[in-house]
Ligand binder design. Structure first.
Ligand SMILES: Nc1ncnc2c1ncn2[C@@H]1O[C@H](COP(=O)(O)OP(=O)(O)OP(=O)(O)O)[C@@H](O)[C@H]1O
Length: 270
């Protein structure tokens, strides 16, 4: 079954991984991963370098299949559905977006509709699609930069353009892989405000955000999963998971965690 509506009601299961394993090159990258995400939940995925966070996100984004176990995305089981169609219901923001040409911001956003990196030859958006791209550019604070080419955009502008691109199909699930990479503190804060604003206008949207830094979590974060050596070592409500003990164990290093008004910080715990 493919999703019939891209806006499931709050509380509906949008993602379910059961006993998922992924092996590449004879090496287990994910081991017995179980994770359920409901519409309206904002998940943080935290873990050390090489723990398996991006690999986990690639399964959630129907980019690759598990070696064992089952992955259900928006009610569709990977391996049983046309994944290109499924991907149009998922917004996936990848900081390594491979665009090389000077496409203007609006055209970059519109490539989300064709699922391509470059503008597809002979493809033209409808008036409604162009208007939606403009609306999203404005929502993401890019209204004054619409004609700017991708090649001269700052990292922050690129990040916001990619979020708008991911949203143009009105996805039910938004995957953000290290969206703050390379941003200065002001650009990072603007991006986090944008994510918070986004979820206030689309409360049913489910998000999974991968980050190395707890300071980069938006205050709208509700849940967290700690990825440790290919396993999910803790998951649940962010306040119950992002504890000094659990994070120190996951990173195998003493880290003191604190939280103030929904924002997190981490310091060496010695
Ligand atoms: N196709 C592949 N074949 C073999 N190993 C792979 C493949 N893809 C990823 N890996 C390995 O899997 C491990 C997990 O990678 P992944 O990118 O998911 O980690 P991560 O938690 O996102 O790391 P980082 O924080 O450094 O970005 C890494 O050791 C990586 O080298």
């Amino acid at each position: 079954m493919l999703p019939s509506s891209s806006s499931p009601e709050i509380g509906t299961e949008v993602l379910k991984l059961e006993h998922v394993g992924l092996v590449r090159g004879g090496r287990p990258l994910l081991i017995d991963v179980n994770l359920t995400v409901h519409a309206g939940e904002r998940w943080a995925v935290i873990g050390a370098n090489g723990a398996g966070k991006s690999t986990l996100l690639s399964l959630c984004g129907a980019v690759q299949h598990p070696t064992s176990g089952t992955v259900d995305v928006l009610g569709a089981r990977l391996g049983r559905v046309e994944i290109r169609e499924l991907r149009t219901h998922i917004g996936h923001v990848n900081p390594r977006h491979p665009l090389q040409s000077p496409l203007p911001i609006l055209d970059v956003i519109l490539t989300g509709l064709t699922g391509s990196v470059e503008k597809m030859m002979r493809w033209e958006p409808t008036a409604v699609e162009s208007a939606r791209a403009l609306e999203l550019a404005t929502l993401l604070g890019l209204g004054s930069k619409l004609a700017e080419p991708w090649t001269t955009l700052s990292q922050g502008e690129r990040g916001r353009t990619l979020i708008a691109r991911a949203l143009i199909t009105d996805p039910a699930l938004l995957l953000l892989d290290e969206p703050s990479t390379g941003l200065d503190v002001a650009a990072r804060e603007q991006l986090l405000e944008t994510v918070d604003h986004l979820v206030s206008v689309r409360p049913e949207l489910a998000t999974l955000l991968v980050t190395h830094h707890l300071e980069e979590l938006p205050s709208s974060t509700t849940h967290a999963a700690l990825v440790t050596d290919g396993r999910i070592s803790a998951q649940g409500l962010a306040r119950e998971v992002l504890t000094t003990e659990a994070v120190s164990e996951s990173f195998n290093y003493p880290i003191r965690i604190s939280e103030h008004e929904g924002r997190w910080s981490a310091r060496a715990g010695r």
